[in-house]
Design a protein around this ligand. Structure first.
Ligand code: GA4
Length: 327
């Protein structure tokens, strides 16, 4: 028999995690890119420069693929703790709850984190749904970075996409489940953190959520704003590696998730990273005459290793800058 369970999260453990941001952080006017718009490439570049984040509509990833995988994931999260525990390590991949990374970060969350290249053997139905979804979203991530290359007027349209398409591309995929947190009901003015503030280390991340609120992004002026949910849309994050590849012209977006007292949130995120041996440096065709790289030379393996030793909120690129740039 399958026992339905909520993860046993002890609220006392989380009292220190209450966000200092008001739950009513205002909803932002997030740039919305229509992929069928012939000028999408220019809008994408502008959004990456100004927000490091945008919403994508008419993206051609069928909603059925998203909801199928979401349903399969929910079936998994509804299993008993002992069943889910069977999918725990090897760390950091597999099932996790409460702990994010291995350096003490905690959140009101449980998740599945898997290597997307190739996908591991899991429950057959989950694997089928994940394979279909990840294939579609990977294709989309390549399309988006090709539009970025075009929008930046680069000669090599595939300069970035070839890294994501490489058979050794280091891509991963996670499904996050944020159970409702009814205990927070009476505690007005504060929200429970589901996933603390951070930037994604990779090149690009593509996120889908189940029409629920909770995702907040940090604007250039430091203000945190809520991202209005949109069931059919996908959301795109600039990651740290893309910040470096554009020599800081794009900035990776700081984001976090706060939990709702009454509604669960499910999000699925594809993280497109380069092969481990790839050098992460500004793309030569983007450097103006005489412009120097703001960053030391490093491989994706070096950056990823450093990232996994860091705390979620750390400014990870700092150690790789030639001279400190403000975060
Ligand atoms: C953030 C982006 C991805 O979710 C992730 C995360 C990873 C993890 O959950 O294990 C990290 C985090 C992420 C950045 C810093 C380190 C590593 C948790 C953490 C404290 C899978 C990734 O690649 O980096």
């Amino acid at each position: 028999m399958v026992v339905l369970s909520q993860p046993t999260l002890d609220l006392n453990q989380y009292s220190l995690l209450r966000s200092t941001c008001k739950p009513t952080a205002s909803f932002a006017d997030i740039p919305e890119i229509d992929l069928s718009d012939p000028n999408a490439k220019f809008h994408i570049v502008k959004a990456c420069e100004e927000f490091g984040f945008f919403k994508l509509v008419n993206h051609r990833v069928p909603i059925e693929l998203m909801t199928k995988l979401e349903d399969e994931s929910l079936c998994f999260f509804k299993l008993s703790e002992s069943e889910k525990d069977k999918a725990r390590p090897p760390h950091p991949l597999g099932y996790g709850s409460k702990n994010i990374g291995s350096n003490g970060d905690k959140g009101w969350i449980e998740y599945l984190l898997i290597n997307a290249n190739p996908l591991p053997i899991f429950s057959h139905d989950f694997l089928c749904a994940a394979t279909e979804y990840v294939t579609a979203v990977k294709k989309l991530s390549c399309e988006v970075v090709e539009l970025i290359a075009e929008g930046l007027k680069m000669e090599r349209r595939n300069a970035i996409s070839k890294l994501l398409n490489d058979e050794k591309a280091d891509c991963c995929f996670r499904v996050n489940h944020y159970p409702p947190c009814p205990e927070m009901q009476g505690l007005s003015g504060r929200n429970m953190i589901g996933f603390g503030e951070h930037t994604d280390p990779q090149i690009i991340s593509i996120l889908r959520s189940n029409n629920s609120t909770g995702l907040q992004i940090c604007l250039r002026d430091g203000a945190w704003v809520s991202v209005p949910p949109d069931n059919g849309a996908l959301f795109v994050n600039v990651g740290d590696a893309l910040q470096v590849m554009t020599n800081g012209r794009f900035k990776s977006v700081k984001h976090k998730v706060v939990v709702d007292p009454n509604r669960e949130r499910v999000s699925m995120i594809y993280f497109g990273g380069p092969p481990l041996s790839e050098k992460i440096t500004p793309l030569p065709e983007l450097l103006e005459d005489g412009e120097e790289s703001l960053y030391k030379e490093f491989t994706w393996w070096e950056y990823k290793t450093a990232a996994y030793k860091s705390k979620l909120a750390d400014y990870r690129l700092g150690a790789f800058e030639k001279s400190p740039i403000s975060s």
